[in-house]
Ligand binder design. Structure first.
Ligand code: HEC
Ligand code: HEC
Length: 363
């Protein structure tokens, strides 16, 4: 297999919606319909026409959340998974739960440049938010987990995170009288309080975490007044001249794929650790993060290396450091000050009013 072909296979091992010719035509029509693809200044006319409708459809939220046939939804499983997500018994120290790092009041992350793990060690990567993952095809910044069930074991057993063994977690939960009935309600079998079911319950709860409807969603569904003209200009740039939607595609604003966007090199080669060195494009490649509910205060990227949105847009304007693995979608780009403001105004429309999360009663 040629290097390029293999690059593509690895890149697309995770689902990536195909950019069909009609879809691209629709994008161009939308961008030029707004009169902004080239000029980036005039006030946008209202969107209309079949091409525009199909473009907007590509960003429309789905009606239902998918659950895999191997781990179907039930309210009992969700309730158990929620208790487990918030329970510090899952960590050796007894003081760290999943929600310590994925804190709902901090947008399901920790507000830190990089995560803090066992013994207050600073971890190499930033804590991602855990919403809209029911639709995701690869997990972790380097995609080393194929499912939420597989992912959930990693932080529990990682010495630098919760530093547990699955046996010890199960022994602790068996010692807490409230858990056995919750496992029996959620799962069949004689002895359902086991590691596989614990991971299945955590994954089920995580699949229920979906970002609330944002102003952008109301606009996509037809309410022209839901977002301002600056944000509409920003969206036209995003899908047009600035080329952002080549990777931040669909309603989750991610292609679930891996790219080297030319950030400063560190020891962390991301997806490259799982690809043969000959597969150039995977070196320094990280999973495209969703842009929904982007925290506006930064810092950004897998290791928090860019402090704010100005730095992010400056990075994209420069096009990233030239090296063999740099994505071919990354090219230097002229972005005027008003275009940068428009892009930020658009990103803000992907944020919804926060919905309070009731903490579970722990068994
Ligand atoms: C010490 C902080 C910390 C704790 C505790 C923690 N996480 Fe994470 N989580 C992270 C970091 C950091 C990453 C990124 C790891 C990487 O890419 O290597 C991550 C990644 C994830 C992801 C992948 C998200 C994506 O977009 O790919 C999921 C899902 C997740 N964690 C769920 C959990 C669950 C479930 C628990 C509890 C069993 C948990 N986490 C405990 C810090 C933490
Ligand atoms: C070649 C694919 C690609 C293109 C094109 C692209 N991005 Fe990204 N974007 C990524 C990847 C991959 C990351 C994460 C990189 C990392 O952490 O190493 C990212 C990170 C980001 C982040 C930081 C998110 C966070 O949570 O830290 C923002 C904001 C962002 N991109 C916005 C944009 C905008 C705006 C554009 C258009 C000007 C754009 N991106 C174009 C792939 C892309």
């Amino acid at each position: 297999m040629g290097d390029r072909a293999q690059d593509n296979r690895l890149r697309r091992r995770a689902f990536r919606p195909a950019l069909t010719v009609p879809f691209l035509a629709a994008l161009c029509a939308l961008a030029s319909g707004l009169g902004l693809a080239q000029a980036g200044r005039s006030a946008p006319p209202e969107l209309a026409g079949e091409a525009v409708r199909s473009t907007k459809a590509a960003f429309r939220r789905p009606a239902d959340t998918p659950f895999p046939g191997t781990n179907p939804f039930s309210p009992e499983k969700e309730a158990l998974g929620k208790a487990l997500f918030f329970d510090p018994r899952l960590s050796r120290s007894g003081s760290v739960s999943c929600a310590t790092c994925h804190n709902p009041s901090l947008g399901w992350t920790d507000g830190l440049p990089r995560a803090v793990g066992f013994g207050m060690e600073i971890l190499p990567r930033r804590t991602p938010q855990v919403r809209n993952l029911a639709w995701a095809a690869a997990f972790q910044w380097d995609g080393r987990a194929d499912s939420l069930e597989m992912q959930a074991r990693m932080p529990i057993t990682a010495p630098a995170e919760m530093n547990m063994t699955m046996d010890l977690v199960i022994a602790r939960l068996k010692a807490a009288p409230g858990y056995a009935p919750l496992f029996r309600a959620a799962f069949a079998g004689d002895d359902p309080l086991n590691a596989g079911n614990l991971l299945a319950a955590l994954a089920t709860y995580e699949r229920t975490l979906v970002s609330p409807r944002a102003p952008f969603d109301r606009w996509i569904e037809g309410d022209e007044a839901a977002i301002g003209p600056d944000a509409k200009q920003g969206f036209a740039l995003f899908i047009g001249k600035a080329g952002c939607s080549a990777c931040h595609s669909g309603w989750r604003f991610t292609d679930d794929s891996f790219h080297d966007i030319g950030l400063a090199v560190t020891e962390d080669v991301g997806r490259g650790a799982f690809a043969p060195p000959s597969v150039t494009a995977m070196q320094h490649a990280f999973k495209t993060p969703s842009l929904r509910e982007l925290r506006m205060q930064g810092p950004y990227m897998h290791d928090g290396q860019l402090p704010d949105l100005d730095a992010v847009l400056e990075h994209y304007a420069r096009g990233g450091e030239k090296r063999p693995s740099l994505s071919f979608e990354m090219k230097p780009l002229e972005l005027a000050a008003d275009e940068r403001r428009a892009l930020v105004a658009f990103l803000q429309t992907l944020k919804a009013e926060p919905v309070p999360v009731a903490l579970p009663h722990l068994p």
